[in-house]
Design a protein around this ligand. Sequence first.
Ligand code: ADP
Length: 588
Amino acid sequence: MKTRSLFGRLWSGYLSRHKPRIAVAAVLMLTEGAALGLFSWMLQPMFDRVFVGGDVGALGWIGGVIFGLFLFRGVAVVVQRWLLTQVSQRSIADLQTDLLRHLMTLDAAWFERHPPGSVMERVVGDALAIQNVWKSFLLGGARDAVALASLMAVAISIDPLWTAVALVGVPVLILPMLVLQRYVRKKTRALRATAGERTVRLSEVLNGLDTVRLEGMEEYQAGRFRALADRIVRTETRVATGQALIPGMVDVVTGIGFVAVLATGGAAVASGDKTVGQFMAFFTAMAMAFQPLRKLGGLAGLWQQANASLERLFELLDARPSITSPALPKAPPAEAPDIVFEDVHLSYGETEVLRGASLTAPAGRTTALVGPSGAGKSTLFHLLTRRTVPDAGRVLVGDTDISEMGLAELRRSISVVAQDTLLFDETLRENLLLGRDPDESAVTAALEAAQVPEFLPRLPLGLDSPAGLRGGNLSGGQRQRIAIARALLKGAPILLLDEATSALDTRSEALVQDALDRLSVGRTTLVIAHRLSTVRDADRIVLMEAGRVAETGTHDELLARGGAYAALWRMQFREEAAAGQAASAGRG
Ligand code: ADP
């Protein structure tokens, strides 16, 4: 396998497209860094010609050049920051968008291993970590490197021997720096993983706030959060200390260099072998080199941090979806098709969920799936929408195996209305259109058919009212009717209803049922229902038991057969009658 460095991938995927900006900024940095060298070099004529030589006239041009250098630096800093902030922000925004796009292709099994909180921490937290490091790199790294090089050039031009003496301590730095870098990287990896756990905890608590309160788990949850937060504090402190140790060591080595140069150079100036100007220029160059050297040392640690986060992000991008579209997809049906499950087997781990299920839902008709919970009814829906794939057997839509169709096209031809439809925290109109752009008359017709006008006038802004978090501003029945209008607008030839009315009160149920009846006209409809009374009029009823089809027929046929369906019907009928009697006894 071709291994590319993380930085290589970042560069070719996200940074190289900003080459012109990076190039301009780099030129500015180069000149800016070189300006520092020029400044220290200007000190030699200043001391030797003006202060020592008494040539006051030279003061003008020397001062002018020095001011010019600083003016240039001031302008260069602003322009660079402007350019490079654009580059770092845009490249990370691109990376984050790619991540989200990619995440949406990954299947349920992957998300079971990676809970939403930890994925969010990567997309937000790790991306931010990279951005911060990246910014300091771009903004400082190149300039510091050039400044260091130009200052060294001045130092060497004055006296190579002094320079060598000043740098005696540097080799001592190499080994500890390597060790420290590994340490920082390891700790940062642990830190990012713990940050992921913290976000998971936070999202679990906030999503389960009701349970937390009712069970009085506040202290327990806070304690668990605190433990994670403490671990982050400890690791963060270690990373920061490890990182500071590198520039810290640079400090010590520079101190040694200073003393060594003073000892050797001081004597040379006193004896007249070197001028004061030469010594001052050299000394200034060394003193100024100290700052970029420190910063570059610090960058080494930051780089390790960025690497740990980059690893985590590319790991996400490299996760491959197991359910994909074929290379040459066949078109899904435009008209209502037959749907056939052919001897389908499926296991989740050790659990056999489907054990040779075979059934046909005829085109344009309503087929009901009934049977005890856990029988595998919802799993059939998952297979049909290819959220999961069978271990054996086939699923055909209009004579074509769905694995030969494009995923997006297949899903476009199916509308699902489930027990509790999730609305996004946007306006009702946005929830209805989902980015599509149908004409206003189609919207009105869909709303009418879905019985939405029955409650719309009671909302403050009509269709432009916000749905609230998870659609919380609407009642269950209202949410279902928005979902039905949405399905009508989608116009898909296949309709899947998963307990669509079971969470509703009797009045809402009647309204929603009426809307569903209109929705299912001319579509191949599969209905999962617990209450048999809601599906007695279905064209075909399929009774599932333990992953297989036990009985198939119309309501009357199945009753006449006197098998499992008939038994189930009698049981529910007795329960309903008993409930009815209890209710009327209560009233009487
Ligand atoms: P039904 O809709 O008839 O109530 P389902 O199709 O939802 O039944 O589930 C059938 C069985 O599959 C159940 O025992 C359920 O626990 C199991 N199951 C469903 N999804 C998963 C999953 N992602 N991982 C493991 N087991 C699952």
